[in-house]
Ligand binder design. Structure first.
Ligand code: SF4
Ligand code: SF4
Length: 229
């Protein structure tokens, strides 16, 4: 999802690709879990995040809705986010020892942090959010390694496709006051990309397996969205 941001205020002024070195390596977050404690409802989940969570927890979307995720409306679109514990005690997947219990299956937002994405001309670049991680003496690391996603170029292509689709849907929803269209389009996308279970192999986090299923769903969605556009 997009935010109106002034890059000059929150970044070092540079845009990065996955092959660039960035000064964000924080020694495996040794002794720190700050960003997992202050997340509120800000970790928005895309379909691959749900796929990863299903691989890592064994729960499908409905199972995750029982305590790990919840829904919010962002720019007119229903989107899931990670839940936090009662009394603002941090992400539901943060252990008492301050470690992520789903590290190998964590969402894209968590993998990127403290990087963000900025979209332009059908693609995106990464930027460094300089006020987001105070860990001292960070060292440089290749962004690709930091993200820890196999098949990264395919993943980035998926991110672009998902962004393009949601951008079109947002513009359709913004241009109508017809409650039926708003509800039906939202429920269609929620069911198609999130609620309908993905085929997973528990414990395996394989982007290619997700990508094949996503592409099928995307082709169907594009047809339906064209009818509304
Ligand atoms: S604030 Fe920085 S060092 Fe602390 S947990 Fe987050 S990324 Fe790691
Ligand atoms: S999923 Fe893991 S990395 Fe992400 S906010 Fe929760 S505990 Fe932190």
């Amino acid at each position: 999802m997009e935010r109106d941001i002034d890059l000059k205020e929150i970044s070092d002024g540079r845009l990065y690709t996955a092959n660039d070195m960035v000064k964000i390596d924080c020694n495996d977050c040794a002794g720190c879990s700050e960003c997992c404690r202050v997340v509120e409802d800000t970790i928005l989940l895309d379909p691959y995040d749900i796929y990863q969570l299903t691989c890592g927890t064994g729960m499908d979307f409905n199972g995750l809705m029982e305590g790990s995720i919840e829904l919010q409306v962002m720019e007119g679109i229903i989107v899931p986010n990670l839940k936090i514990r009662p009394n603002n005690e941090g992400c539901v997947f943060l252990s008492e020892e301050g470690r992520c219990t789903i590290h190998g299956y964590r969402p894209g937002f968590c993998r990127m942090f403290p990087m963000g994405r900025i979209y332009e001309e059908g693609s995106f670049k990464y930027f460094l959010q300089v006020h987001e991680c105070d860990y001292p003496n960070k060292t440089k690391i290749k962004l690709k390694k930091w993200l820890g996603i196999g098949e990264l170029s395919s993943y980035e292509s998926y991110i672009n496709k998902w962004h393009d689709l949601t951008k079109i849907v947002k513009s359709i929803l913004k241009s109508t006051e017809n409650d039926d269209i708003i509800k039906n389009l939202n429920m269609y996308l929620l069911n198609l990309f999130y609620v309908t279970p993905y085929e997973v192999i528990p414990g395996e986090n394989h982007f290619g397996r997700f990508e094949r299923q996503f592409e099928e769903r995307l082709a169907n969605a594009q047809q339906i969205v064209r009818m509304y556009g």
